[in-house]
Write a protein that binds this ligand. Structure first.
Ligand SMILES: Nc1ncnc2c1ncn2[C@@H]1O[C@H](COP(=O)(O)OP(=O)(O)OP(=O)(O)O)[C@@H](O)[C@H]1O
Ligand SMILES: [Mg+2]
Length: 646
């Protein structure tokens, strides 16, 4: 073994002697002799040593001083004193000061065994220190794990008494250390129906040392149930340790995901039904214009006592019912033409409140919570009224034995979190309309279908188009609708409509005129021959002079050839080559005072995309009757310049 020896000694020959003694015992020696405290400190600092051997007294240095120097260095190196003469007392003093051994120079045979012993002892001191350090490390690691708050940890005896627990565990079950001291057991934490599990867990622990992990619910002090993942392991012979991870967030996320998937599927289904319904309604509107108008004309012409009057009246009424249905279908398919204005919903609802109270009857109380200043939203006021009415009628039907209908408005900011949780919602400022009833509520199966057209649970009166219409209107206005309900626990509808971003106030429609006839010249453009003939017939009967075109191209030619004034362009919106709007623009170049009235049973793609027509565009929804056509024509002609023209 190679020994590195630092020797505090003034005598060179004594140093040689020490070297010799050690070498004779079979060790290789590296020896450095120092004889001042400064040299010794420098040697300790620059190299590593196995042992320090010091003479008791030297002229300028001594063993006690050498010991002090070693201590100051903080190193754990065995220190052995060698001396020529020394008394008992001095020896004791030296050992007290920290020397490991004391030898007389004439007994140097003991030196090597003493060094070897000291080295062994130092080695065992070292390994003990390493073990203690490792233990401390592991304790620190465990404490960090326990207090990280990520998992709840609890130890318990096998009888189920919880002995100790970390903060995360206590927080999860809403308990304190005082509860632990008072004797908390698994029975306080596990729901009663899980009692059967205890025996199985114990059995597992006894046979394999671990049990789980499994998912279960545990009881919070306030009785709420918390979904958790549990694993248990034996800790010694009579103690177990449980690890519990809170699954609340994960469960919440999972159920939100399931919910939004279900909503998405529902939305896709409704979208498909919507395109079908919209297509059917479109074609029906042209047919219904013809049926309604000719039966109305017939009724005007036939004398009072004519036998066919009754039949014709039936045709007219059936046509009107059909037209109501197609209007609702168009609303549902979001293809009706909305004429939005900037509306204060609070004012709109206040204006309806009398009618609502009458509609609800005496057994139902209506409460309104309408903040006085709300930002305006851009909706078609008539359609918004329709939304509130449909919801109110449904609520009334759900409260056959009376109850309360609460209608509230609020100015809300929808954030990103809301948007992720609600399919189709957009972030930003909205006005929220909440309609709450405490009626019969719905089971989940009913709830999942209420927006489908023709879905109804009302055997006698229901068409099942109420909520489909509501949804179509809300969506076409850029809003969203949400419903929550439980059987026997009432129903809440929540509608969010985006706040309008400072549009100029929309132009209000002109006052209706009573006299709907006139003598102006009207250019009528319509590609459906039946509808064109019908419109011409009606307009002529009301006194107008009618020029007819079956396409945009024809109309342009007429516009160029016709020398006198044309007061009004009455045109279909959707036509094969030139759209109604393009036609109006072209004709207005040569005839700046020309007014335009659009008609459609459908909205062209551009309008559908934007959802609406500009507020200052005059528009007539098909199917029309003689009266609605004449009224719209007169209103457009009489509107103040600048409004209702293009
Ligand atoms: N507030 C409510 N409480 C309980 N159930 C409701 C409520 N609103 C709607 N429903 C259920 O949704 C179904 C569909 O409603 P929707 O308004 O579309 O049609 P309807 O009321 O049955 O018929 P319609 O509105 O055409 O007269 C209803 O038949 C009813 O079962
Ligand atoms: Mg209804």
């Amino acid at each position: 073994m190679k020994l590195r020896v630092l020797l505090a000694e003034d005598s060179v020959s004594d140093a040689k002697l020490v070297t010799h003694v050690i070498e004779r015992a079979g060790h290789e020696v590296v020896l450095l002799r120092v004889d001042t405290a400064a040299d010794m400190a420098a040697a300790l600092a620059s190299e590593s040593w196995d042992v320090v051997i010091s003479d008791w007294s030297m002229p300028s240095f001594g063993a006690i001083e050498a010991l002090t120097t070693l201590k100051q260095s903080g190193l754990d190196i065995p220190f052995i004193i060698v001396s020529g003469t020394i008394g008992e007392e001095t020896a004791v003093e030296a050992m007290r000061a920290g020397a490991q051994d004391f030898l007389l120079k004439d007994r140097l045979a003991r030196l090597v065994p003493a060094i070897e012993r000291e080295l062994r002892e130092r080695e065992s001191r070292e390994s003990e220190r390493r073990a203690v350090e490792a233990l401390r490390q592991s304790e620190r690691r465990f404490a960090r794990l326990a207090e990280s708050g990520i998992v709840g940890i609890a130890t318990a005896d096998l009888a189920g008494h919880i002995v100790d627990a970390n903060e995360a565990y206590l927080r999860l079950i809403g308990r304190t250390r005082a509860d632990l001291d008072a004797g908390l057991t698994w029975a306080h934490v596990n729901p009663p129906e899980l009692g059967w599990r205890d025996a199985i867990t114990l059995e597992c622990l006894r046979s394999t040392g671990v049990a789980g992990p499994w998912e279960q619910e545990i009881l919070h002090r306030d009785g709420t149930r918390i979904p958790v993942l549990v694993g248990v392991a034996m800790l010694g012979a009579n103690e177990s340790i449980s690890f519990i991870a809170d699954l609340t967030e994960r469960k919440r996320a999972e159920s939100k995901l399931r919910e939004s998937e279900a909503h998405l599927r529902q939305a896709q289904k409704l979208e498909a039904i919507g395109s079908l319904a919209g297509g059917v309604a479109h074609d029906f509107n042209n047919l219904l214009s013809v049926i309604l108008s000719y039966s109305a004309l017939g009724l005007e012409i036939l004398p009072e006592d004519h036998p066919l009057r009754g039949d014709l009246g039936e045709i007219y009424r059936a046509g009107q019912r059909a037209s109501d249905l197609t209007r609702q279908l168009l609303a549902f398919s979001r293809r009706q033409v909305l004429q939005p204005r900037l509306v204060d919903l609070g004012e709109a609802i206040t204006a309806m409140s009398k009618m609502l109270r009458r509609l609800l009857g005496e057994d139902i109380e209506l409460t309104l919570d309408l903040p006085p200043t709300l930002p305006k939203v851009k909706v078609d006021p008539g359609q918004f009224e329709q939304v509130v009415m449909n919801l109110a009628v449904n609520a009334r039907d759900a409260m056959s034995t009376g109850g309360t209908l609460a209608i509230a408005l609020a100015d809300v900011m929808l954030d990103d979190r809301w948007v992720t949780d609600h399919v189709g919602a957009k972030a930003g400022r909205h006005v929220r309309l909440t309609v709450v009833d405490d009626g019969c509520g719905m089971d989940p199966a009913t709830l999942s279908r209420i927006f489908e057209p023709f879905f109804t649970t009302k055997e006698v009166r229901g068409t099942g188009l109420g909520l489909s219409t509501v949804m179509g209107i809300v969506q076409q206005s850029g809003g969203t609708i949400w419903v929550s309900s439980r059987l026997g626990a009432g129903t809440t509808f929540e509608i969010h409509l985006p706040v309008a971003n400072g549009d100029a106030a929309a132009v209000l429609p002109a006052e209706p005129t009573t006299d709907v006839g006139g003598t102006e010249t009207i250019l009528l453009v319509e590609d459906d021959p039946q509808v064109r003939t019908l419109a011409r017939t009606i307009l002529r009967r009301y006194g107008y002079h009618v020029l007819e075109a079956q396409s945009g191209g024809d109309a342009v030619l007429i516009g160029e050839k016709y020398a006198a004034e044309i007061a009004l362009l009455l045109t279909d919106v959707v036509m094969p080559r030139v759209s109604g709007r393009e036609l109006a623009e072209r004709l207005s170049i040569a005839r700046p005072s020309l007014r335009t009235l659009y008609m459609s049973g459908y909205t062209d793609d551009e309008v559908v995309r934007r959802g609406v027509l500009e507020a200052d565009v005059a528009f007539l929804q098909k199917p029309f009757t003689a009266q609605t056509l004449a009224r719209a024509v007169r209103d457009t002609l009489d509107a103040p310049p600048g409004a209702k023209t293009r």
